[in-house]
Design a binder for this molecule. Structure first.
Ligand code: 3PG
Ligand code: MG
Length: 372
């Protein structure tokens, strides 16, 4: 880590008349050529506008999906370009950076080609700043560089969350894979007052508690890791479901307490668990929510996620929601405007919480114009 702080837009040389390359994370969900959720595009607009108002000529660039280093029409930036031109007229958008294998390989020759003709570089791609890819870590070594407004805000909120949170600090984690959340559970566990585990990842915890989980999703390799939390000195901070909504033979749906029978699959937290999760939220000073409580895309399994979303939205505490799925759930239920900070990062927000830093931030702090 360098001793320099993150350079902000104000730390750039006068952008007037300059060509500025803005790396954004426009990796948005697209179905049949239509953008399902444009949060990642709208969130980058303030940075682009600031640069334009200061006389810059702005070109944006991003990856979209995982095209694997070659052009692939399915991952064309066209839908994003159309939306961006409505939100921020006058900005150019390059084609998908991952159409070139040099992007993910962090190839120096690719970085050279990318920055050619540009005077300044701005990283506003929080959601991709955990990737040491060419467009994220390369340009700051070559051009005066800065964090955009979105990136700076994400770092301020998520980076500061674990420092001196208003208490009680309650975290609610969901989603399907406990393996992808272990690092963040580890990092949060000391800092939070309560950690509630929902989503399919709760079944690996339930297995570690000795329950049978039927046909529910589990990651057997992670049972021991879950058990360490369940038996550790902070075990009282953990809230694990005691009932779940499960689907059984003939697609029958029932609330199941404790053991999930063979042939049944848990797909949402149950009503008793939901009450246990949302009760502490009413008194929380800080709430971090990452990951849905169940398969909310199906209305039969959305109740847990809806109730948690409403409780988070109704909280008087400082509320932070991370991860594309929880953000999508909030938007679906019309609750997104009630949250203090909806992060545009999934993996990036988890990694920042876990490690306190990201490759993209390190690169910016090492830029020649970074303030000491
Ligand atoms: C994301 O959506 O998580 C970011 O855009 C990064 O994409 P990636 O996981 O394909 O690197
Ligand atoms: Mg991802």
């Amino acid at each position: 880590m360098s001793g320099h702080r993150l350079p902000l837009l104000e730390d750039l040389p006068d952008p007037s008349g300059k060509k500025v390359l803005v790396r954004a994370d426009f990796n948005v969900p697209i179905t049949d050529g239509k953008i399902d959720d444009d949060l990642r595009i709208t969130a980058a607009v303030p940075t682009i506008q600031w640069l334009q108002e200061h006389g810059a000529d702005v070109t944006a660039c991003s990856h979209l999906g995982r095209p694997d280093g070659q052009p692939d029409e399915r991952y064309s930036m066209d839908p994003v370009r159309r939306r961006l031109s409505e939100l921020a007229p006058g900005v150019e958008l390059m084609e998908n950076l991952r159409f070139d294998a040099g992007e993910e390989a962090n190839d120096p020759a690719f970085v050279d080609r990318l920055v050619e003709g540009y005077d300044l570089y701005v990283n506003d791609a929080f959601g991709a700043s955990h990737r040491a890819h060419a467009s994220i870590v390369g340009p700051p070594a070559r051009l005066p560089s800065a964090a955009g407004r979105l990136l700076a805000r994400e770092v301020e909120v998520l980076g500061g969350l674990l420092d001196r949170p208003h208490r009680p600090f309650v975290a609610i984690l969901g989603g399907s894979k406990v393996s992808s959340k272990m690092g963040v559970i580890e990092a949060l566990f000391d800092k939070v007052d309560l950690l509630a585990i929902g989503g399919a990842m709760c079944f690996t915890f339930m297995l570690a508690q000795g329950y049978s989980v039927g046909d529910s999703l589990v990651e057997p390799d992670w049972v021991d890791a879950c058990r360490r939390f369940l038996e550790g000195e902070n075990k009282d901070k953990l809230l694990i479901p005691t009932d779940v909504v499960a689907m059984g033979p003939g697609d029958e749906v029932q609330v199941v307490h404790g053991d999930v029978p063979d042939g049944w699959k848990g797909l949402d937290i149950g009503p008793e668990t939901t009450l246990k999760f949302i009760e502490p939220l009413t008194k929380a000073g800080t709430i971090l929510w990452n990951g849905p409580m169940g398969m909310f895309e199906d209305s039969r399994f959305q109740e847990g996620t809806v109730d948690v979303a409403e409780a988070v939205a109704g909280s008087h505490g400082f509320t932070v929601v991370g991860g594309g799925d929880s953000a999508a759930a909030l938007a679906k239920f019309g609750l997104d405007t009630h949250i203090d900070h909806v992060s545009t990062g999934g993996g990036a927000s988890l990694e920042l919480l876990e490690k306190g830093d990201l490759p993209g931030l390190v690169a910016l702090r090492e830029a020649a114009n970074a303030p000491g």
